[in-house]
Write a new protein. Structure first.
Length: 118
């Protein structure tokens, strides 16, 4: 199977398996008037959750179960994505669920010095 074909399958599968928190984040971004893309290929290797197009920022909405067990893989992924010219912010689904997507996004942007975006 070619890499392009496998990425297309991952994108299609990702869209079908969007979490409630991803959909909530997307609705929040729409409400804020922030242009974004979802489930897009990055360097032919990964698929990002949400790209804030004007800022080259990728927002990854992370579920606790998988991401607590794959921290090293997330680090490798983030390094690869950064090498492609993007900045990655990770937001735990629990933060989105507990405080709402806007508060979770604001806190994540603040942690990396990008609070001026909101």
């Amino acid at each position: 199977m070619s890499r392009a074909y496998s990425i297309a399958i991952v994108i299609a599968t990702s869209k079908r398996q969007e979490s409630k928190e991803e959909r909530s984040m997307q609705a929040c971004l729409r409400g804020l008037g922030i242009h974004f893309k979802t489930h897009f290929p990055i360097g032919g290797k990964y698929v990002g959750d949400v790209l804030l197009t004007a800022y080259n920022i990728i927002v990854e909405c992370d579920g606790e179960y998988w991401h607590e067990r794959k921290a090293t893989k997330d680090d490798e992924r983030d390094l690869f994505i950064a090498a492609q010219g993007y900045r990655v912010i990770r937001i735990r689904n629990k933060a989105i669920h507990d405080g709402g997507p806007k508060k979770a996004l604001r806190a994540a942007l603040h942690r990396v010095g990008l609070q001026h975006i909101l």
